[in-house]
Design a protein around this ligand. Sequence first.
Ligand SMILES: C[S@@+](CC[C@H](N)C(=O)[O-])C[C@H]1O[C@@H](n2cnc3c(N)ncnc32)[C@H](O)[C@@H]1O
Length: 178
Amino acid sequence: MTPWDAGGVPAQLAAWLQGRKGPSRVLVPGCGSGYEVLQFAARGDDVLAIDFSDAALEAARRVLGKHAAALRKADFFSLEAPAFDLVYERAFLCALPRRLWPDWGRRVAELVRPGGELAGFFYLDDNERGPPFGIPREGLHELLTGNFTLVEEQAIPPDQSLSVFKGREVWQVWRRRL
Ligand SMILES: C[S@@+](CC[C@H](N)C(=O)[O-])C[C@H]1O[C@@H](n2cnc3c(N)ncnc32)[C@H](O)[C@@H]1O
């Protein structure tokens, strides 16, 4: 059961990448099927996609084909890698138990280089049960504003959102402070 699986590259990411110079060093944590990983690799970015699930990595291998070398089995919380220009977020934070969110905030700050970006989709909700575990807007700001500035935000129209996220999904870009 993968109700979060978008089956392709979300339109907001594709549009954002069109206006973005490359190549960049990109990290995709909890990559799942990895459609976006293929998009980053195809535009020449140096992309590392990690997941700790063998099933997810197997699905991503099929999607990535000749770009499968971008995949690595690794835990986001113990990944050892130099900081990236961009960390891409989709359905990763909301898959984590809430007790891990402060660690997620610390880790993204370590993994994005000063001046780099954390960009992607966030599920803003105050639902008690999950996954997906929604985060209230203030909670997300609490996790990130110590090290990042929000530089872009766009609500995702409900008809472009999967039913699990409908009406509560936003595209955001956060810049890591120097
Ligand atoms: C809800 S899925 C989202 C997958 C993908 N990002 C997408 O948008 O379809 C969350 C993924 O994160 C992976 N994951 C969860 N915790 C992880 C961790 N600590 N390190 C690496 N991967 C993790 C899971 O195995 C799963 O594939």
